[in-house]
Design a protein around this ligand. Structure first.
Ligand SMILES: *Cc1c(COP(=O)(O)O)cnc(C)c1O
Ligand code: SF4
Length: 346
């Protein structure tokens, strides 16, 4: 094993991996042996949200298959340019839940801090693809207002670090943030919503694990995996390491047409997650964000899928099918075990 000196580790492996992510659709298609015609034609489609995908994630895609479920999550398609009624920039009315720059407080007892707009991957269906990060975020100094809000509201027991992807931040910045949070006595749990261990497993390195171990609260990591093919051996190893650092690992997926709207795929996903130490948490109905209508799955079909899962899996491996309805006091769970009416077996 090669151990680098601290000076030599100015940029860590994950940061180099992040910097070498693919951003040119032509390069992506060439690597996969696909024709360049698949790319979204017009520039406006991707102007604010360009292609971005780490090379390790691309290696998990099938060569020569334009319908590959991992490729579909990241490849900008011309369909994104279609204006569809009912789809807009802020379907969840997050602007209403803003308490300070980057601090969203919608639900009792937990608040969500948008720590950064950066992600290692750009998921085409992302519900925050139109999030006004520039307005919401500032430099470290602007966390101060969020921290003051948190400190002033003793009803908030859990803070969710979100983004973007909070693990896009360097370990030193994460440590500064949690150092500040540790001074707020009523915080009982830290939650981290991240896709980074999935798309960039190099991120789970000794520095990150040491930071996790140092935290004074129970830590829940909610991963984001949509398809079992996303979990290769290296990702599985990253999950195991995260668990070994004492965190609870859950997963949320988004139900996406052409990616995972299939009972066998969802069943395989739950089993693969469990085999790597993760329990399914939510299966989200996609939010009505402009440019994502082609991923939509009708609610009737979503319910049928979840019922099929409930027939095939132990209860703890069936995710909660949820939709976020603005103004509700929690996410709305559409599935509560097997529906009374017999749904067709998928
Ligand atoms: C989804 C969400 C949460 C977390 O909800 P849980 O049901 O606890 O997972 C908290 N705050 C905001 C603003 C959210 O969007
Ligand atoms: S990782 Fe999450 S926040 Fe980032 S683009 Fe994907 S869905 Fe959006």
């Amino acid at each position: 094993m090669i151990t680098a000196t601290p000076q030599a580790r100015q940029t860590s492996t994950w940061q180099r991996e992040l910097a070498s992510a693919i951003t040119d659709p032509r390069e992506l298609l060439e690597i996969l042996g696909l024709p360049p015609g698949l790319i979204a034609g017009s520039a406006p489609v991707t102007a604010g949200f360009p292609l971005r995908v780490p090379r390790g994630f691309v290696r998990r895609m099938r060569h020569g298959d334009p319908t590959d479920p991992l490729l579909r999550q990241v490849l900008p398609l011309a369909a994104e340019g279609l204006a569809v009624p009912g789809y807009g920039p802020d379907p969840l009315h997050e602007a209403d839940a803003r308490r300070a720059p980057g601090l969203l407080h919608k639900y009792h007892g937990r608040a969500l801090l948008v720590t950064t707009g950066a992600c290692a991957v750009h998921c085409r269906y992302c519900f925050r693809r139109e999030f006004p990060y520039a307005e919401q975020l500032g430099e470290l100094g602007r966390w101060r207002e969020s921290l003051q809000q948190l400190a002033a509201d003793a009803s908030i027991r859990e803070l969710i670090l979100s983004g973007g992807d909070p693990l896009s931040l360097a370990d030193t910045r994460l440590a500064v943030l949690t150092g500040e949070l540790a001074r707020i006595p009523h915080l009982e749990t830290l939650r981290i919503h991240t896709r980074q261990p999935v798309v960039l497993p190099e991120r789970v390195d000794t520095g990150l694990l040491a930071w996790l171990r140092s935290l004074p609260w129970p830590v829940v990591i909610v991963l984001h995996v949509n398809h079992p093919n996303e979990i290769d051996a290296q990702v599985a190893q990253a999950f195991v390491a995260l668990r070994a650092s004492g965190t609870t690992l859950l997963n949320q997926s988004v139900l996406l047409a052409g990616v995972n709207d299939d009972a066998a795929v969802l069943e395989a996903l739950s089993r693969r997650l469990h085999a790597t130490g993760v329990l399914p948490y939510y299966l989200h109905m996609p939010d009505a964000v402009a440019g994502t209508a082609h991923f939509d799955v009708p609610e009737s079909r979503a319910r049928a899928l979840i019922n099929a899962l409930a027939r095939r899996l132990p209860g703890y491996l069936v995710p909660r099918l949820a939709r976020e309805i603005p103004g509700n006091e929690a996410k709305t769970v559409l599935s509560a075990g097997l529906a009374a009416a017999a749904a067709p077996i998928m």
